[in-house]
Design a protein around this ligand. Structure first.
Ligand code: BDR
Ligand code: CA
Length: 341
């Protein structure tokens, strides 16, 4: 199999950790490096978490680079209320001391894109590193194959404001710059940014029942996933009335590997950087602005197939997953109505 070369840009983050696990367990990917950005947690903490995941998955050979500590313009707002003080659900796993993160994620991105052919980027956090890459090394973009970004929302409501999703809300200027580059940058001409937004990721819910199934099949992984998601479960119950947790980022990795898991449409998308709609991804689905598409916006996903894909790779089980059991456990996620009473 010819594995595709990728760099994963992320802000681990509980769901980033799950996405890294999935990527590391996927033979279709050759991961050249992991670049980290400030998002869910400050960049140094995120890099430490990436090292923990590499250690769990026996892949400390893959380098981790620290990137931008602050958004381009806006004050930095972390998401430790969602991911815990340590970014991994306050799971208290010991730090990895035998290897250290490297510096200069943006230089690593530029050098790698210039040196290697056909490198894709899967971005799972705010787009600050990618915006800096475009600002400082636009020539390197000729080496970019595909670009997938978990972020934004089209018809779904936001998770940081009524209309904004966290990654684009955290650094809206970076998101704006990156989406604009897919319209105007000659090196990206004719390419589309794949937007894996809340419209699809909200349908991906890890539930206590699924966790129990994982624990029965693979006690080690079951305990690890339970440890890092407990905090996330509590957050989702308090915030959205959901029993379980929405795991956004792994869907971006899965979609990169298997396009049949999601569907969408091409459109021009702009990012708002001011006012009450700050961070909103405005998708011109009906061509009011008559601009060529710069994005491919995902709207549909098969959440059962995703969960089977995810579990079959991440769990180290003796026996194959049972479709019958999975069908009982993978439920259509409940979209609770807001309660104003
Ligand atoms: C995104 O924001 C972060 O909290 C998650 O890691 C994910 O990348 C979802 O809005
Ligand atoms: Ca993330």
């Amino acid at each position: 199999m010819n594995a595709r070369k990728v760099i994963i840009d992320c802000d681990p983050g509980i769901d980033d950790a799950l996405a890294l696990m999935l990527a590391l367990a996927s033979p279709e990917l050759e991961i050249l490096g992991i670049t980290v950005v400030s998002g869910n947690v400050p960049v140094e903490k995120g890099a430490e978490n990436a090292l923990k995941v590499l250690d769990w998955m026996n892949h400390t050979d893959i380098p981790v680079y620290c990137g931008e500590p602050l958004p381009l313009v806006r004050d930095y707002v972390d998401a430790m209320d969602t991911h815990g003080e340590d970014g991994l659900g306050e799971s208290a796993y010991p730090p990895i001391t035998s290897i250290r993160p490297k510096e200069h994620a943006v230089s690593f991105l530029a050098d790698t894109l210039r040196r290697e052919e056909k490198v894709s980027i899967i971005a799972l956090g705010p787009l600050t590193n990618i915006a800096r890459l475009i600002q400082t090394a636009p020539d390197a973009l000729s080496g970019l194959d595909e670009f997938v970004s978990m972020g934004g929302c089209y018809k779904s409501h936001g998770n940081c404001s009524p209309v904004a999703e966290y990654n684009y809300w955290c650094d809206p200027h970076a998101a704006q710059l990156v989406y604009e580059a897919f319209s105007t940058e000659p090196m990206l001409s004719g390419r589309l940014l794949h937007m894996v937004g809340l419209d699809v990721t909200r349908k991906i819910v890890l539930t206590p029942n699924l966790l129990e199934y994982i624990r029965q099949l693979d006690p080690v992984m079951g305990k690890r996933l339970a440890d890092i998601t407990r905090f996330y479960f509590d957050f989702h119950w308090n915030q959205e009335g959901i029993i379980g947790c929405v795991i956004n980022d792994p869907l971006a990795v899965a979609y990169f590997i298997d396009r049949s898991l999601c569907d969408g449409f091409a459109a021009y998308t702009a990012i708002e950087t001011e006012g009450i709609c700050l961070g909103q991804s405005v998708v011109d689905a009906y061509r009011f602005w008559n601009k060529p598409a710069n994005s491919y916006v995902l709207t549909e996903t098969d959440h059962f197939s995703f969960m089977k894909f995810f579990l079959s790779r991440v769990i180290n089980a003796q026996n194959p997953l049972s479709d019958t059991v999975l069908h009982q456990l993978v439920t259509v996620p409940c979209q609770n109505k807001p309660d104003y009473t």
